[in-house]
Design a protein. Structure first.
Length: 150
């Protein structure tokens, strides 16, 4: 089953690569399927969220903070969440700590404060405690898409 879980994320990453235009720095996606979510949650499996640089190799998230050439910081970890943020290194490290805690609300609040020029945040969509959330913001514009059942 592990191959299927990784396969879901690899398929999401490949789909994002197909949509990416030149100049796109980072893309992300989350996936929620009501029928499969119960199975995944019952087995402790978590999947359905990707974030990364279009065209880069699709590899498992390393759980480390990466400074991209365009000035963004990228963080992705197995089980998520992941984020890309136009933030100072110290702020990106704080965001990484919040991401590791896994709670959406504090992380999203901090992203708005620490990365006012822009951010993207992706939470896995299926499995135990999966948030199924995608958030993007820049300046005074913020969009939050919550695909998980309430």
């Amino acid at each position: 089953m592990e191959d299927d879980l990784v396969g879901i994320d690899r398929a999401l990453a490949a789909a994002l690569d197909d949509f990416a235009d030149d100049g796109v720095s980072v893309m992300g996606a989350t996936l929620f399927c009501r029928r499969q979510n119960a199975v995944f949650a019952a087995n402790g499996w978590r999947t359905g969220g990707v974030i990364g640089v279009p065209g880069a190799s699709s590899e498992d998230a390393a759980g480390a903070l990466e400074h991209l050439p365009n000035g963004l910081y990228l963080y992705a970890a197995p089980g998520g969440p992941g984020f890309a943020a136009a933030a100072a290194r110290e702020d990106a490290e704080t965001l990484m700590d919040l991401a590791r805690a896994g709670e959406p609300e504090p992380l999203l609040k901090a992203l708005k404060a620490c990365a006012p020029s822009g951010y993207l945040c992706v939470f896995d969509g299926m499995g135990p405690s999966a948030a199924g959330l995608l958030a993007v913001g820049a300046g005074k514009r913020h969009l939050y898409l919550d695909f998980h059942e309430t």
